[in-house]
Design a protein around this ligand. Structure first.
Ligand code: AOF
Ligand code: ZN
Length: 453
């Protein structure tokens, strides 16, 4: 989201300082680098102003707009020399490799970020690494171990700022310094409040050249879940829908299984293991009796969350009778009286969470998500139905929507959303960062929601 590799002139620094005072989303370090501008809050939009080979990308809320505009207007007055345009095509290629390595951690490192690292000495790759599993070595440590003594005087490319704190593992910055690295190229800062620019600061204090912001957008995209989770302490919520051209997620008789095509269903299945949890409303369980497991390909089984205020879930449901019952978590209203059923679910290894209810009688979904985050569930895939889709949207808890659109009309079928308080075009929920993908005769639309924090 943010590319903070602009070495500001005194003039730029003054603007930068003003920005820093203006908002928490900006910080300037002692050398005049904008070191902190990360935020996932979806109210914000990204502004990217290309400037030669380097670019300035800022995250801004409407209230940030004016200073960014001023900076953009003055941008032309900065001479080329004022920008640190030290990234070469080789830098880009090595960091791109690190990004590819990082992605291999998908499904295995949550709630940690996916991180990749590459060590380059005299134009040769001498070490590579990625964060493989939660609690395991960080990417830089793996790459530096492979590089061994060749790390001395080498450049380390890393998709994320190295950590500066003791977590499950010791700080990576110490390893980078000890290895004798002389330059580091970093994709994005680590928004973890325990790091957040400190890693870069420590490295620079040890006279390591640190260039931040190459491929920042891609590095941010890779870890959108982590960025949200670590800053908002809420899971990143993705709604998955398969709908007809006329916006129906089921036929009038309730049938919904075959709206999207097989390629779409295969892809959606893959998303399950890429998420920590799959969440559905009780209506979907009663209608479809889904298993909510990963079956088509190997991958970790996600938690299965059923939102069921009055505990209508039948004890014979697949989610309570199969081998994965210990992955099932039923969120019920805190005044739900079904004590025996709750005890039986827990006897079988499932869990039941009483959750606050709202004035309207539904579950307080924010409260549920906060509790899930406390259990380190960082990514939630919501698979239905219209009530839960609508309630999450209305509560502004949705981060992303992934919608398969099939070339079918379902007439009086069941709409994807219902009851959203939208009276005019101005009030429409509008998606941003739209991507389209064609899957044979289906289209997959992916978009971000604004307005969540
Ligand atoms: C890095 N390199 O590969 C990763 C980092 O509990 P720990 O020790 O695994 O630390 C987790 C935190 O470390 C995580 O929240 C994030 O801030 C950072 N992750 N940092 O230098 C890595 N995975
Ligand atoms: Zn680390």
């Amino acid at each position: 989201m943010y590319a903070p590799n602009i070495n500001l002139s005194a003039f730029g620094l003054a603007i930068g300082e003003a920005l820093g005072k203006f908002s928490d989303h900006f910080a300037i370090d002692e050398k005049g680098f904008v070191v902190n501008c990360c935020s996932l809050h979806q109210k914000m939009s990204a502004a990217i102003a290309p400037a030669g080979d380097c670019f300035f990308a800022a995250v801004l809320t409407p209230s940030h707009f004016l200073p960014i505009l001023i900076l953009a207007l003055f941008r032309k007055n900065f001479s080329e020399a004022m920008f640190d345009t030290s990234f070469t095509p080789e830098d880009r290629a090595y960091l791109q490799k690190a990004l590819e390595l990082a992605a291999a951690g998908c499904g295995y490192v949550s709630p940690n970020p996916m991180v990749g690292a590459v060590v380059v000495k005299d134009g040769e790759i001498v070490g590579t690494g990625y964060h493989r599993n939660l609690g395991g070595d960080h990417a830089e440590v793996e790459a530096l171990r492979e590089a061994g003594h060749l790390g001395r005087g080498a450049t380390l490319y890393c998709t994320l700022e190295p950590c500066s704190h003791f977590g499950k593992t010791p700080p990576c910055v110490n390893r980078v310094i000890d290895a004798g690295i002389t330059r580091m190229v970093i994709g994005t800062l680590d928004p973890n409040p325990l790091v957040n620019g400190r890693g870069v600061k420590i490295l620079r204090e040890h006279d390591i050249q640190v260039d931040v912001g190459l491929l920042a957008e891609a590095c941010y995209e890779l870890n959108a879940v982590f960025f949200k989770f670590i800053t908002a302490r809420l899971p990143f919520v993705t709604l998955k829908l398969a709908q007809s051209l006329d916006g129906k997620i089921a036929a009038a008789n309730g049938a919904s299984k075959w709206i999207s095509n097989e390629a779409a269903r295969r892809l959606a299945h893959r998303w399950r293991w890429q998420h920590d949890a799959v969440l559905v409303g009780i209506g979907t369980v009663l209608a479809d009796n889904p298993q909510l497991t990963v079956r088509a390909e190997p991958g970790p089984q996600p938690r299965r969350i059923i939102v069921d205020t009055n505990l209508r879930l039948p004890l014979a449901a697949n989610v309570l009778t199969d081998a994965q019952v210990n992955k099932t978590l039923v969120a019920v209203g805190e005044d739900c009286g079904e004590r025996e059923k709750m005890a039986e679910i827990e006897n079988r290894g499932g869990r039941v969470w009483p959750i606050r209810t709202t004035a309207a009688g539904g579950l307080d979904l924010r409260h549920l998500l906060e509790r899930l985050a406390q259990e380190n569930i960082a990514a939630v895939l919501v698979e239905g139905g219209r009530r839960i889709f609508s309630s999450l949207l209305e509560a502004q808890l949705v981060d992303q929507l992934r919608c398969f659109i099939a070339p079918k009309l379902l007439g009086d079928g069941i709409p994807a959303f219902q009851g959203l308080p939208i009276g005019s075009l101005d009030e429409a929920v509008t998606l941003a960062k739209i991507k389209w993908e064609i899957l044979e005769d289906n289209v997959l639309l992916t978009g971000s929601l604004r307005g969540t924090e």
